[in-house]
Design a protein around this ligand. Structure first.
Ligand code: HEC
Length: 254
């Protein structure tokens, strides 16, 4: 009896593991992009991530918070301490002074990124009732991850004439249900890149996705590098123990 119960439990477990998370609109496959940060040896393309930060700062941050990220996290995409201090100082964040009174002060590298709205109600009120989600972990929070975000940002177009659109809704090929409360945030030349890269919609989408992938897991490169070192260490130890074993048993007749 027990055996059958545990067998059933194992079968259920295998079933649960095998079932990949389903996306709400499965019928549309996400186009697959080549991300610099994919795979066990992947690293973040620093130039792309810096351009992506510019896109977040100049476009997305008007509506989306990134509450879990700190300004100091920007070291990981190659900004110097002075650059980070300048980025932080360019915004003011709410704080309290020594007497407990509410004040605004310039942000420090140790501060979280400033949120555009005081709370979710204010965010909804400013966005036609739809709350823009926090982007700190958005790459991990959506099935399809980076491919989904890129597809979403490049998936806006006019709605098919057969589709009845809700009030204030915009057609998006990849958003579940195809109606999203966000207006297409990117358009050709929306930002002017400091490094002269032409700011096409695809380019900006790719860059901001790279940046948000970094923000969702700033320690990923270190983790991968450590993994490689650990594997090399064990390979070396295998060779050493094998050599030692041969030496110790060399005199024993077979
Ligand atoms: C003018 C405000 C505004 C701007 C600017 C804006 N968004 Fe949004 N965004 C929204 C709103 C509102 C929603 C919620 C839509 C809904 O729930 O229907 C949203 C939703 C999203 C979602 C969630 C989609 C999902 O699967 O649930 C992502 C991801 C996103 N935005 C990314 C971005 C990025 C990246 C940028 C910058 C390139 C950006 N947004 C710029 C208002 C904005």
């Amino acid at each position: 009896m027990m055996r059958w119960v545990s067998l059933a439990a194992v079968a259920a477990l295998i079933g649960a593991v095998a079932a990949t998370p389903a996306r709400a609109n499965e019928e549309i496959a996400l186009p697959h992009q080549n991300w610099s940060f994919a795979g066990p040896f992947g690293t973040f393309d620093r130039a792309a991530a810096q351009r992506g930060f510019q896109v977040y700062k100049e476009v997305c941050s008007a509506c989306h918070s990134m509450k879990l990220a700190y300004y100091r996290d920007l070291t990981g995409i190659g900004l110097s301490e002075a650059q980070i201090a300048a980025v932080a100082a360019s915004v003011t964040v709410p704080d309290t002074d020594d007497d407990g009174a509410a004040i605004d002060r310039p942000a420090l590298p140790s501060d979280h990124f400033r949120s555009p709205f005081a709370n979710e109600k204010a965010a909804r009120a400013a966005n036609n009732g739809a709350a823009p989600p926090d982007l700190s972990l958005i790459i991990k929070a959506r099935d399809g991850g980076a491919d989904y975000l890129y597809a979403l940002l490049t998936g806006f177009s006019a709605a098919p004439s057969t589709m009845k659109m809700g009030d204030g809704m915009n057609y998006n090929k990849y958003y579940p249900g195809n109606q999203i409360g966000m207006v297409a945030p990117l358009s050709e030349g929306r930002v002017t890149y400091a490094d002269g890269t032409p700011a096409s919609v695809n380019q900006m989408a790719k860059d901001v996705t790279t940046f948000l992938a970094y923000i969702s897991e700033p320690e990923t490169e270190m983790r991968k590098a450590l993994g490689v070192k650990v594997v090399l260490f064990f390979l070396l130890m295998t060779c050493v123990t094998y050599a030692v074993k041969r030496k110790i048993w060399a005199d024993v007749d077979h």
